[in-house]
Write a protein of this length. Structure first.
Lengths: 278, 409
């Protein structure tokens, strides 16, 4: 079958300190990205009785618990929006983020059989782990729309920004996930840190409360948490509250991009040794 | 366009041994390391000192041309798998470089990435994608793969319900239908039954006929001889020979036979210092060769009526035949502490090409003592044209018959 057409060549060389990002090669492996994502989704609820209903149960229960304890008992303000809608609207991007972060951080270790036996751009692994949460998100999003319908809330034109905000949430999860997944290969301590990190992060994000209750002088620091921008953005796009976004969202974007580029380089550098140390 | 497909120059790979042998580090290890690093550096001059590192590959240079079918042999731990992992780009060399022209398909394990919950069909696509195939390519080959694996009826059943054989066939089938210019295969076919292996070897020969380059690691010498045209021998991370396959493998086998006699084995009453089997007519053992089996040992107490029993076993430990010295002679008593040698001369070894093992029992008939030497001794009968014509593979079994057609007078 060997013809005169040119065949791709490559060099094998020792590890370098500043490898390229290898994004073109990542693009060549987009089908693998698709199949790994598809596998994760397909397998996730296999051999469960309730199956995909779990996708709905999780945010629904969290909404009920939050509504009871924060909304009813603690009387946390909700910018004039019915509390269940207020918190559910934030829970969606939050769960997308939390799920993507957890999955991507554990992804390399979870796929070590692949990493030690086959070559492919390793970035495929955490990225597919992040993408796997999008289906869950889409299902829960339909529920949110139904909930809003029940409460008679109609989203404004800002709803067109939802995809961009979803992208930002996914990128935020990937940015952190790249660092943690690569670290996890070498230090399994990471595995135990993630749950704790996610719980802590939930309270540093305006899910159960509006960001307006954070004192003005702390806002800038608070805004360094990229999920603040994402969650506020969601409420703005769907509920019209807060009225404007401005600086916090901009900070979120800058933080996410910085973390992402740094994470990509860090990942690429460590990637060269994954197969030896995983 | 050059004709060289793979060119390696001074390829070396070191692994750290010691502290992090359990696979991964914890932060505590790192902190401890960091604290002692300056001291270590002072002591060793450089952190990369030999005390902490072993060289799995050491300055390997060779070239492989387009369309070459190359077998790689060497003992366990010689560095074969490390070489394949580097050429597959799974891991990076520590030093040196390699140039590869063409897409590489590597099969270091059968069924990498197979998911038990997914059906056969789904796994074919998933596994194909993992191995670097395009979806269109897999679709085109799908029927061929399924036919190869003989799982047509079960293709929509989750593979966790498959028998091991079906699973293996399907997994190998996907990999065997990759269309990369270079195919790298590790000792993956050692698993599975003889029929499966035969099928895989056939498929590999077929692939080889299409002008593709194959690198194949195996301990199955007859498979290597039938598939490959060339061989590389690796020992302790170094390339020690490269050349025509039969010639190179003969040398390699003669070499390991010489090396395997250095350690002695203890039983309660004997110290066995060496067990040798050698052909009287050539450096390697061939079917129907006259061979000698020599067992050298030191008795720990006086043995009044010494006895020796040897059996020849297949590699899966089926006893083929045996010889008991007492059926031939009575041996004089052996004093304690002196080297003794007992053995047999077999006029014509009736074993077909393949690997076999010797099992040894030492006895003292006077006291009814029978002691089993707790290790077997592997030997190879080289692949030759036993009856003058074609080469015989495992399908013919183990025993060679001295025969002649009736018509001949």
């Amino acid at each position: 079958m060997q013809s005169l057409r040119t065949v791709p060549s490559f060099q094998i060389e020792p590890s370098t300190r500043w490898p390229s990002l290898g994004l073109r090669e990542l693009w060549e492996y987009r089908e693998l990205l698709y199949f790994l994502t598809w596998r994760d989704i397909k397998v996730r609820y296999k051999q469960t009785v309730l199956g995909a209903i779990w996708v709905i149960i999780q945010p629904l229960f969290m909404m009920l618990v939050f509504s009871l304890f924060f909304g009813r008992l603690a009387r946390v303000p909700s910018d004039g929006v019915p509390y269940p809608v207020f918190t559910f609207c934030a829970l969606l991007p939050w769960q997308l983020f939390a799920h993507a972060l957890t999955e991507s951080s554990n992804s390399l270790v979870g796929n070590q059989n692949l990493i030690t036996k086959v070559y492919f751009p390793r970035l495929v692994v955490p990225i597919s782990a992040v993408l796997g949460g999008l289906v869950d998100f889409a299902i829960a999003f339909v529920m949110l729309l139904m909930l809003m319908l029940i409460y008679g809330i109609v989203p404004g034109w800002q709803i067109v920004f939802v995809p961009a905000l979803v992208l930002l949430a996914v990128m935020a999860a990937l940015a952190v996930g790249l660092w943690l997944s690569a670290l996890n290969v070498q230090y399994r301590d990471v595995r135990y840190t993630i749950n704790f990190l996610v719980q802590f992060w939930l309270f540093a994000t305006p899910v159960a409360y509006p960001s307006s209750i954070v004192p003005e002088k702390w806002r800038l620091l608070y805004g360094l948490n990229p999920m603040v921008g994402v969650v506020d953005g969601f409420r703005w796009a769907l509920l019209g509250k807060p009225d404007s976004l401005g600086l916090p969202l901009l900070i979120s974007i800058v933080v996410v991009l910085t973390l992402l580029v740094g994470g990509l380089y860090y990942f690429r550098r460590l990637e060269q040794q994954f197969a030896d140390i995983v | 366009m050059s004709n060289v497909t793979i060119r390696c120059e001074g390829l070396s790979k070191s692994y750290r041994i010691g502290a992090s042998q359990d696979g991964y580090k914890t932060l505590r290890d790192v902190l401890a390391d960091a604290a002692t690093a300056p001291l270590r550096r002072l002591r060793n001059g450089h952190e990369n000192s030999n005390g902490h590192y072993i060289w799995a590959l050491d300055d390997l240079s060779f070239e492989i041309n387009t369309g070459d079918l190359v077998g790689i042999v060497g003992r366990n731990g010689a560095g074969k798998s490390t070489l394949l992992r580097i050429l597959s780009r799974i891991t990076k060399p520590t030093r040196g470089r390699a140039e590869v022209h063409g897409r590489v398909g590597s099969l270091l394990e059968v069924g990498t990435g197979f998911h038990p919950e997914l059906t056969g069909r789904e796994n074919v696509f998933l596994n194909g994608a993992i191995l670097g195939m395009r979806r269109s390519e897999i679709s085109r080959k799908f029927d061929e793969i399924v036919a190869f694996a003989e799982v047509e009826k079960f293709i929509d059943t989750p593979v966790k319900r498959y028998s091991t054989g079906m699973y293996m066939r399907l997994a190998f089938g996907v990999a065997a239908h990759m269309e990369t210019e270079i195919l790298i295969v590790d000792e993956v076919l050692a698993v599975g039954d003889a029929q499966f292996q035969k099928k895989c070897f056939q498929r590999m020969s077929e692939i080889g006929k299409h002008g593709r380059t194959i690198l194949f690691v195996s301990h199955n010498m007859s498979a290597l001889r039938s598939i490959c045209k060339q061989a590389l021998v690796i020992d302790h991370g170094k390339l020690v020979a490269q050349g025509e396959v039969n010639h190179t493998i003969d040398h390699y086998l003669a070499q390991i036979r010489d090396d395997s006699q250095d350690e002695s084995i203890e039983t309660p009453t004997f110290t066995v210092t060496s067990v040798e089997i050698s052909s009287e007519s050539s450096p390697i053992i061939k079917t129907f060769d006259p061979v000698q089996v020599k067992v050298r040992f030191v008795p720990k107490t006086e043995i009044k009526d010494p006895g020796l029993y040897i059996s020849i076993l297949t590699m899966d430990s089926q006893r083929l035949t045996g010889l008991d010295l007492k059926d031939f002679i009575t041996t004089a008593s052996l004093p304690a502490g002196e080297v003794a040698e007992l053995g047999f001369k077999i006029e014509s070894l009736p074993l077909l090409p393949g690997s076999y093992q010797l099992e040894i029992h030492l006895k003292d008939m006077a006291s009814g003592l029978i002691e089993f030497v707790p290790r077997t001794f592997k030997f190879e009968v080289a692949e030759t044209e036993v009856y003058g014509g074609r080469k015989l593979d495992r399908w013919f079994g183990n025993v060679g018959l001295r025969a002649r057609p009736l018509a001949e007078r």
